[in-house]
Design a protein around this ligand. Sequence first.
Ligand code: ACO
Length: 329
Amino acid sequence: MAYAAFRSIGAYIPEKILTNDDLAYMVDTSDEWITKRTGIKERRIAAKEERTSDMGVNAAQVSIERSGLDKADIDMIICATISPDYFNMPSTATIIATKLGLGQITAFDISAACTGFVYIVGIAKAFIESGMKKNILIVGSEKLSAITDYTDRGTCILFGDGAGAAIISATDKKEEAIIDVNTGSDGNYADLLMTPNGGSGSAHDSLESDKVCMQMKGNETFKVAVRTLTNDVKEILEKNNMHSDDIVHFVPHQANYRIIKAVGDALKMREDQVVLTVGKYGNTSGASIPMAINDIYESGKLKKGDMLLLDAFGGGLTWGSALLPFMGE
Ligand code: ACO
């Protein structure tokens, strides 16, 4: 049986910085309020002409280079995004594949909001273990600034742009394998976080009648998030006879420092185990976890063989966690 190994990581961080003080000129808020309630100090914003696929391509190039693979060896690409280049079609994954010159490989997007990256780790694992594919490029890329309402202070302070990518490859060594991926969803909470316009569920006659922007019931989402993230991790650790101490890096979705702190405390994680990038990147949805993994990789903290625990929740609601050793050089 083939196992699936998490072989490399890469990211792309847009140049432009949007600070809390910048936002205070746009809506009725302050650096103090945003910092205290979210831990976010600044976030990155993609250039006007920069698309989700462009950021995905940049992140993917880094992850491919670090994997040591030839582009020709990649046989599938999956992109997790809620801010695709085009709604519905073509998928951002097909555009990334073509821009990278990957040939006519299997390519598709998935929509699981902030849990998207954990979902695609699971999908890649399943494709490799079944023997259908050997080297899969997974990309989380978001231009959330394109779907953010910058007159709504409840959401615009949270979100940022960026991309992360990884290569998942077949291996015959069990000790290199992604151990487990645990995902779930509950559509009863669909209205907590949604883009209500622009789809067939839209209240308007035309699919194009309104700008497609995110809306969120922040406070309710907060409570469900803490509960879901904590239960999710307890479940995956128990199922695999592991404990918080076995984890070198706990990489939660970077939505809000207070959520991360509450979950970390509930799981008895030490501060040095918890990866935090929310202060400098804000919430980048499907890109948040790979950007955070890349951050500890580039700062030299992430070593080959380190056990990672990924944990995410997002619109849907969706949630998921993954246990895996990092097998990059
Ligand atoms: N600046 C100043 N005041 C504000 C701001 C702001 N930016 N936003 C809201 N307020 C005010 C509200 O109007 C309210 O005022 P009131 O008491 O006079 O009515 C007060 O602050 C408290 O509002 P709450 O919404 O209760 O504030 P809360 O402490 O919950 O913080 C926040 C809001 C930061 C949005 C928080 O709820 C949160 O982080 N929620 C989770 C977000 C999240 O993780 N989303 C999921 C992932 S995203 C995805 O899937 C794409």
